[in-house]
Design a protein around this ligand. Structure first.
Ligand code: NDP
Ligand SMILES: O=C1O[C@H](COP(=O)(O)O)[C@@H](O)[C@H](O)[C@H]1O
Length: 486
């Protein structure tokens, strides 16, 4: 039986794209599954002049459009709306009154969640105003803040934002969203690592040769050049999603399955990450920018809408991470991400050390590889050495394979549903915490500043390929190769 949750959620940015596409469908799923029943209230707010009825229509339409379902009135009656400009302190009083009204109407016990689905420049203002204008409950079980991405644009801005949030919320009340942490197969990393004695014992430098994390996309910059040309793949995909995946891979076993212990274990790993000098950046990181495809039917990045003709922005990043911990000393973590690559995939390849070849008649043994495929379909593959079934004693690699079935998929929550549920439930283990975010920014800032100081010849990869040659050479220098070739 699902545990019913009693809470009020206030969505700032209630008329925005994210709210419409992801947030209301997620809340509806939680209602259908019985997590939300009688004691929940949802407030939407933005500057739009909407009545409560019009807002409920907006929510119903979004569910119709994105879930192809008719939300019942019993669900919609929990939604209310307040027009407010989040930059105006006086407008928070109206919100406060509505929060208190719903708190009584649905018996919400003063439990409050505030979801900031607004432009990042508003995050600090909203958080501070929630406190200064008295919107936090004093008698409830919780006040929690859900914060969208990006969390800063470098370490300095992230630290400033974090300080602003800290005026009103302490660390365990802040839920920093990283939707990759809500993906089923990312959450599966821990089950695989810690639930299987063989893997648990082998998850270290003694048995693992290298680890590869690939987040590749086929789409280009689309119409997001205004944001993307200032962010690049490094800040858009490495600082957050890639580093958070790396956190699950690199951590030691947590002392217990609580968010505090999970975060502590991840932070110990993050804190042992080597931050590179400019020379080390040149040695360990590769940047790329896409050109047209081989048939010249797609624009290169420099010819995309709103991209400056001389942009030095990176649309591809590959690099090698080094951890100083006992577990990972000298084990390279290769990471890569890019736009306009050969395939849309998110995957993790764990390459084990070569087995001892006692079979004198056999070719050199293939390395075992455990692949965790996150997108586009959940899959686990384990490539290992076996006999080749002929009369001779020769070995060959075989692959064991498990794919998430359609039935499994149907019951798997979408990342946003999971993140909203976990926040309601007070479980912060699948959110980014400040220490991890701070380390990731320091790491990425060091790379960005080294790149800012040198010009690179762009474009340096063809759309539809797997990125610049230099990314292959990066691994080849260590005697390795990318397991996934597109
Ligand atoms: N859209 C997406 O797919 C994703 C978005 N995000 C993040 O989610 C957040 C929201 O993005 P998105 O929904 O796309 O943005 P939109 O621009 O679509 O929506 C912004 C919302 O903020 C409201 N708003 C703007 N200014 C004010 C103001 N002064 N006072 C009150 N409300 C205001 C807008 O309503 P109005 O103008 O009527 O006031 C609108 O409801 C961002 O942080 C973004 O980075 C993250 C991942 C994916
Ligand atoms: O956060 C982002 O992620 C998307 C890719 O997300 P996915 O779940 O579709 O893999 C990326 O396209 C976008 O640039 C970035 O901002």
């Amino acid at each position: 039986m699902p545990k019913e949750i009693t809470t009020l959620v206030t969505f700032f940015g209630a008329t925005g794209d994210l709210a419409k596409r992801k947030l209301y469908p997620s809340v509806y799923n939680l209602y259908k599954k019985g997590f939300l029943k009688d004691h929940f209230g949802i407030i939407g707010t933005s500057r739009a002049d909407l009545t409560t009825q019009e807002f409920q229509d907006f929510v119903r339409d979004s569910i119709k459009e994105f879930m192809k379902e008719d939300a019942p009135i019993d669900f919609l009656r929990h939604f209310d709306y307040q027009k407010a400009d989040i930059t105006k302190a006086d407008d928070y009083a109206k919100l406060k009154a509505l929060i208190e009204k719903l708190d009584t109407e649905f018996a919400l016990k003063g439990n409050r969640i505030f979801y900031m689905s607004v432009a990042p420049r508003f995050f600090g203002t909203v958080a501070k105003s929630l406190k200064s204008e008295g919107l936090l409950s004093e008698n409830g079980e919780f006040n929690r803040l859900m914060i969208e991405k990006p969390f800063g644009t470098d370490y300095a801005t992230a630290e400033q934002l974090n300080n602003e949030l800290s005026h009103a919320f302490n660390e365990n009340q802040i839920y920093r969203i990283d939707h990759y942490l809500g993906k089923e197969m990312v959450q599966n990393i821990a089950a695989l690592r810690f639930g299987n004695p063989l893997l648990a014992k082998a998850w270290n430098r003694e048995y693992i040769d290298n680890i590869q994390v690939t987040l590749s996309e086929t789409l280009g910059v689309e119409d997001r050049a205004g944001y993307y040309d200032t962010a690049g793949a490094l800040r858009d995909m490495i600082q957050n999603h890639t580093m958070q995946i790396v956190g699950w891979l690199a951590m030691d076993e947590p002392a217990s399955w609580t968010d505090q212990d999970i975060r502590a274990a991840k932070n110990a790993a993050f804190n042992s990450l080597k931050i590179y000098t400019p020379d080390e950046v040149a040695e360990n990181f590769v940047r790329g920018q896409y050109g047209p495809d081989a048939a010249n039917t797609q624009n290169g990045y420099l010819n995309e809408k709103d991209v400056p003709a001389d942009s030095q922005n990176n649309t591809y990043v590959a690099g090698k991470l080094a951890f100083a911990s006992d577990r990972w000393k000298d084990v390279p973590f290769y990471i890569r991400t890019g736009k306009r690559l050969a395939a849309k995939t998110t995957r993790i390849d764990i390459v084990f050390k070569q087995g001892f070849n006692l079979f004198t008649n056999a070719a050199p043994l293939e390395k075992n590889v455990l692949s965790i495929i996150v997108d586009p379909e959940g899959r686990i593959e384990y490539t290992m050495v076996a006999k080749d079934t002929t009369a001779e004693f020769k070995t060959r690699p075989i692959t064991l394979n498990w794919t998430v079935s359609a039935e499994d998929k149907a019951q798997t929550p979408e990342p946003y549903e999971r993140m909203i549920h976990d926040t309601m439930d007070g479980n912060g283990s699948n959110f980014a915490d400040w220490n991890g975010v701070a380390v990731a920014w320091k790491f990425v800032d060091a790379i960005q500043s080294a790149w800012d100081a040198t010009q690179q010849e762009f474009p340096n990869y063809v759309s539809g390929s797997m990125g610049p040659k230099a990314a292959d050479e990066l691994l080849a220098r260590d005697g390795h190769r990318w397991i996934y070739e597109g």
